[in-house]
Design a protein around this ligand. Structure first.
Ligand SMILES: *[C@@H]1O[C@H](CO)[C@@H](O)[C@H](O)[C@H]1NC(C)=O
Ligand SMILES: *[C@@H]1O[C@H](CO)[C@@H](O)[C@H](O)[C@H]1NC(C)=O
Ligand SMILES: *[C@@H]1O[C@H](CO)[C@@H](O)[C@H](O)[C@H]1NC(C)=O
Ligand SMILES: *[C@@H]1O[C@H](CO)[C@@H](O)[C@H](O)[C@H]1NC(C)=O
Ligand SMILES: *[C@@H]1O[C@H](CO)[C@@H](O)[C@H](O)[C@H]1NC(C)=O
Ligand SMILES: *[C@@H]1O[C@H](CO)[C@@H](O)[C@H](O)[C@H]1NC(C)=O
Ligand SMILES: *[C@@H]1O[C@H](CO)[C@@H](O)[C@H](O)[C@H]1NC(C)=O
Length: 677
C-alpha cells in the first residue's frame, strides 16, 4: 500500500517536473511541450517529441537553448561562487552516409547567449567562428561530441571523440567515445554515429572543481566510472553574466541528423534521472528527413480514389478491430477490482504485435505495453490455457495476490480473461531477467559481485515476505534465474509468483502436477508432488549456486553432473572456490562468496526439514548468524548424487514429462507426473 502511494506520488512528480518552469532545474523526457529557444534554419522539434538539432542538409548549424538563464548575476554579488551543476541527456546521430560517416557533431554548451547565431558550421559545431575562437571574452563552456577528426589547428584525437572545450574549439581534454565496464578497468568503445540512443551525464563539482563526463549506450546501466574527470575551475565563467544552457550542432559536406531525445538539468544538485522508457524513438537509420520529404511529395500525387479506398479499408479494419477487442463477461467477473478491460490491453500492446514481445517463458508470451489512459508501462503475460477449468478459482487467488506488495516482487496489477486467453498484467521491469546477465547473453556487461549479492538478498527478503510475513503462506513454486527481473537500479524482483497454482486447480485429484524447472525442483516435490515453503528454499539454494557460479543448474559444460553435484564435489575436495564464475575475474568479497556457496548447498539439502527457513537464510546472509561449522555439518553440504537420482528415470521423451526449452534450462511444463512415480 505504502509503495503504491509512493509510486503515485512519484508519478505525479514526474508529471509536475515534465512541465514545470522551476528556476534551478528542468526535465524533458520528450520535447513535445518544451519551450526552447531555437535557432538556425535546421532546428525543429518533431511531432513525436524528438529535438532535431540538424537534419542532413550540408553546411548548416542548429541551436536549442533553454530560454531562461540557469546561472545569473545574483550569485556573483554574494561572492560565493559554488555553482555546481549536473545534466543528463540522451542523443542519437544518424549520418547521411552510413559507410563514409556523417558530420560534424554537436555539443552541450553553457553560454552568455541563448542564440549562438554567430557560430560557424563544420568544425566549429555552431559554437564559435574563426574570428572569436580562443578568446576569453567568449565565456563559453562546451562538451563536444565530435564525429569528424580535424587534425592540425583543431588537434582532434580521432573522428569519434568527446572533449572539454572552454572558449576555444581546441579541447582541454578529450577521449575516444567509450565507457568503463563494471570493474572500472576496461573500456568499451561507442560508435556515436551508429544511430542508437546514447545517454550522457555531465557533472561539475564547484567545490573540488571537477568536470565529469560519462556516456553509455542506453541499453547498459550507468557506468560507475566517468570517461572524463577533468580538474578545472569554471566559476569565473559561470558567474560572469546570466548564462544559458543548450545544444549546438553543425554539418559540413559531411552531414548527419543530430537528435536529442530527453534532457534533464539541475543547478547545485543532481539532475533528475531521465525515464528511459518514456523517451521518443529515433527514426530508423537510413531514413533521413529528406527521404521523409520525398515520401510526402509522393503522397500528394496519390489519386483521390486511392484515398477513398484507404478510408474504406480503415473502416473495415476498425470494425474488425472492434470485433477483436470485444469480450463477453461471465457474471462473476464483473465485481473483480483487478480486472482489466481487454480493449485497454489490446491498445496497450498495439494489438499484441510481435514487435512488442519482450519474453517467451514456459507459461506464455510476455508483451510490453503502455496503458492508454495513464501512460503507465506494463508487462502483459498472455497465457493460452487450453482448459479454462480452474480459472475462476485462480482468479480468486489473483485477486488476493494482487494485494501483495514488496519492493523485491514484481507487482501483479491485474488480469483479464478472453476466450482461451488469460492475460496477467504486471509492472514493467526495465532491465530484463537475471539469467540473461549471468548466462552469457549480455557479454557487454558483467554483473559485479556486489550487485549479485544485493540481488540474492533482495530475493530472499521477497521470499520471506511470501512465506511468513504475508497473511497467508504463498509458495512461489518456480524460483529461478529467469524469474528474477532487474529494475533500473539493478535490484532483483521476483516475478511469476503463484502462477504455478493455475495448473493445480480443478483437475483430477488423483494426479498431481509438478510444475517447476529442472534443477530447481526439490526431491520430495517429485515424490510427493506437494510444493511447500521448503521446496521454495531448495529452488532458492539452486539460484544462489547459479548466481555464484554463472552457470545454469543443468549446464551442458558440466557433462553428466548437475550444478549442485559439481559444487558439492568441489566442496568435498576442498576446492569450493574453483566453482566461482570466471567472469567475476576474482573481484569479489571471498567471505560473501563462500557464504553464498555454502548456504546454497545447505538450502539444497535433500531432506526438506534440514533446510533453513527463509528467516534463517536472511540471518545468515546478513551475518547475524554463522553458518554451521564445516565439521559439525559437513553432511549438510555433501549430498552428491542427490539430484542426479531425482531426475534419473525422467526421460525427456517420456510422455508424462514434457520438456521444452525455457532459456537454457529444461522445463517441466504442464504435463503431469503421477504422485509416487
Ligand atoms: C517560451 O519562453 C519565452 C521566453 O521565456 C516566453 O517569452 C514565451 O512566452 C514562452 N512561450 C510559451 C508558449 O510558453
Ligand atoms: C558554408 O556556409 C557559410 C555560410 O553559412 C559559407 O560562408 C561557406 O562558404 C559555406 N561553405 C561551403 C563549403 O559551402
Ligand atoms: C537571477 O536570480 C535571481 C534570484 O534567483 C532572480 O530573482 C532573477 O530574476 C534572476 N535573473 C534572471 C535574469 O533570470
Ligand atoms: C550569501 O551567502 C551566505 C553564506 O555564505 C548565505 O547565508 C546568504 O543567504 C547568501 N545570500 C544570498 C542572497 O544568496
Ligand atoms: C567579493 O570578492 C572580492 C574579491 O574576490 C572582494 O574584493 C570583495 O570585497 C568581496 N565582496 C564581498 C561583499 O564579500
Ligand atoms: C584494475 O587494474 C589494476 C592494475 O592494472 C589491478 O591491480 C586491479 O586489480 C584491477 N581491478 C579490477 C577490479 O580488475
Ligand atoms: C568525478 O569523478 C571522480 C572519479 O573519477 C569522483 O571521485 C568524483 O566524485 C566525481 N565527481 C562528481 C561530481 O561526480
Amino acid at each position: 500500500m505504502a509503495i503504491a502511494i509512493i509510486l503515485t506520488f512519484l508519478l505525479s512528480c514526474f508529471a509536475y517536473f515534465g512541465t514545470s518552469q522551476s528556476t534551478d532545474r528542468f526535465i524533458f523526457n520528450d520535447f513535445r511541450k518544451a519551450n526552447l529557444s531555437l535557432d538556425g534554419v535546421s532546428t525543429l522539434i518533431t511531432p513525436n517529441g524528438l529535438l532535431q538539432l540538424t537534419d542532413q542538409t550540408v553546411n548548416v548549424t542548429g541551436h536549442a537553448f533553454y530560454p531562461s538563464p540557469m546561472f545569473n548575476n545574483s550569485l556573483k554579488r554574494n561572492n560565493t561562487s559554488i555553482s555546481s551543476f549536473s545534466t543528463s541527456f540522451v542523443f542519437g546521430i544518424i549520418p547521411s552516409d552510413q559507410k563514409k560517416g556523417g558530420g560534424h557533431g554537436f555539443a552541450f554548451a553553457i553560454s552568455p547567449s541563448n542564440q549562438l547565431s554567430g557560430g560557424s558550421s563544420s568544425h566549429y559545431l555552431g559554437l564559435l567562428n574563426p574570428s572569436n575562437d580562443g578568446k576569453a571574452t567568449n565565456h563559453l563552456f562546451a562538451i563536444e561530441f565530435d564525429t569528424v577528426g580535424a587534425g592540425g589547428a583543431f588537434g582532434d584525437i580521432d573522428n569519434n571523440h568527446v572533449g572539454v572545450d572552454v572558449n576555444s574549439m581546441i579541447s582541454l581534454e578529450s577521449k575516444t567515445a567509450s565507457y568503463y565496464g563494471e570493474s572500472g578497468n576496461t573500456t568499451t568503445k561507442i560508435n556515436m554515429e551508429n544511430g542508437g540512443p546514447i545517454q550522457v551525464w555531465i557533472e561539475y563539482d564547484g567545490v573540488n572543481k571537477f568536470i565529469n563526463v560519462t556516456l553509455s549506450p542506453i541499453s547498459v546501466p550507468r557506468p560507475s566510472r566517468p570517461l572524463i574527470s577533468y580538474k578545472f575551475d569554471l566559476s569565473p565563467l559561470l558567474v560572469a553574466e546570466p548564462m544559458y544552457v543548450g545544444f549546438s550542432a553543425a554539418t559540413s559536406k559531411l552531414s548527419s541528423s543530430h537528435y536529442i531525445l530527453g534532457w534533464s538539468f539541475q543547478v547545485n544538485g543532481i539532475a533528475q534521472e531521465l525515464d528511459r522508457n518514456r523517451l521518443p524513438a529515433l527514426p530508423p537509420v537510413g531514413e533521413s528527413s529528406s527521404s521523409f520529404k520525398r515520401n510526402l511529395q509522393l503522397l500528394v500525387v496519390i489519386p483521390v480514389t486511392a484515398v477513398m479506398a484507404a478510408i474504406a479499408a480503415l473502416l473495415y479494419q476498425y470494425r474488425m478491430q472492434r470485433k477483436k477487442q470485444s469480450e463477453c463477461l461471465e457474471a462473476w467477473e464483473l465485481d473483480c477490482p483487478h480486472r482489466f478491460r481487454y480493449k485497454d490491453l489490446y491498445i496497450a500492446t498495439k494489438g499484441f504485435k510481435p514487435s512488442e514481445i519482450i519474453g517467451v517463458g514456459g507459461f506464455g508470451t510476455v508483451y510490453k505495453g503502455v496503458l492508454p489512459r495513464t501512460g503507465e508501462e506494463i508487462a502483459v503475460k498472455r497465457i493460452s490455457h487450453n482448459s479454462m477449468q480452474g480459472v475462476r478459482e485462480f482468479v480468486a487467488e489473483i485477486e488476493s495476490l494482487g494485494r501483495l506488495r514488496h519492493k523485491n516482487l514484481v507487482h501483479l496489477l491485474g488480469w483479464c480473461k478472453r476466450k482461451a486467453d488469460l492475460l496477467l498484467v504486471y509492472d514493467f521491469v526495465p532491465n530484463g531477467s537475471l539469467d540473461a546477465f549471468l548466462l552469457n547473453r549480455r557479454d557487454d556487461f558483467v554483473l559485479s559481485w556486489e550487485r549479485r549479492f544485493n540481488i540474492v538478498k533482495g530475493i530472499a527478503s521477497a521470499l520471506l515476505y511470501l512465506h511468513q510475513d504475508w497473511e497467508q503462506v504463498v509458495v512461489h513454486r518456480d524460483i529461478k534465474a529467469s524469474n528474477v527481473l532487474l529494475d533500473v537500479d539493478m535490484n532483483g524482483r521476483l516475478g511469476d509468483f503463484g502462477l504455478a497454482r493455475l495448473y493445480d486447480h480443478g483437475d483430477n485429484p488423483r494426479t498431481t502436477h509438478v510444475v517447476g524447472t529442472l534443477g530447481y525442483i526439490a526431491p520430495e516435490l517429485v515424490r510427493i508432488g506437494k510444493a511447500t515453503a521448503s521446496s521454495d528454499v531448495f529452488a532458492y539454494g539452486t539460484l544462489l549456486l547459479v548466481v555464484a557460479c554463472g552457470k545454469g543448474p543443468i549446464d551442458p559444460v558440466l557433462g553428466h553432473l548437475t550444478l549442485l553435484d559439481w559444487v558439492s564435489e568441489c566442496y568435498r575436495s576442498d576446492q569450493i572456490m574453483d566453482v566461482v564464475d570466471p567472469k567475476l575475474n576474482s573481484s569479489y568479497v571471498i567471505e560473501e562468496l563462500d557464504l553464498v556457496l555454502k548456504l546454497g548447498l545447505l538450502c539444497c539439502h535433500p531432506k526438506s526439514d534440514s533446510r533453513p527457513s527463509m528467516r534463517q537464510v536472511i540471518r545468515y546472509l546478513n551475518g547475524d548468524d554463522l553458518l554451521p561449522n564445516d565439521d559439525d555439518a559437513s553432511d549438510a553440504y555433501l549430498h552428491l548424487d542427490s539430484v542426479k537420482s531425482i531426475y534419473r528415470g525422467m526421460d525427456p521423451k517420456n510422455e508424462s514429462t514434457q520438456l521444452s526449452q525455457d532459456s537454457s534450462y529444461g522445463r517441466i511444463s504442464t504435463n503431469s507426473l503421477e504422485a509416487g512415480r
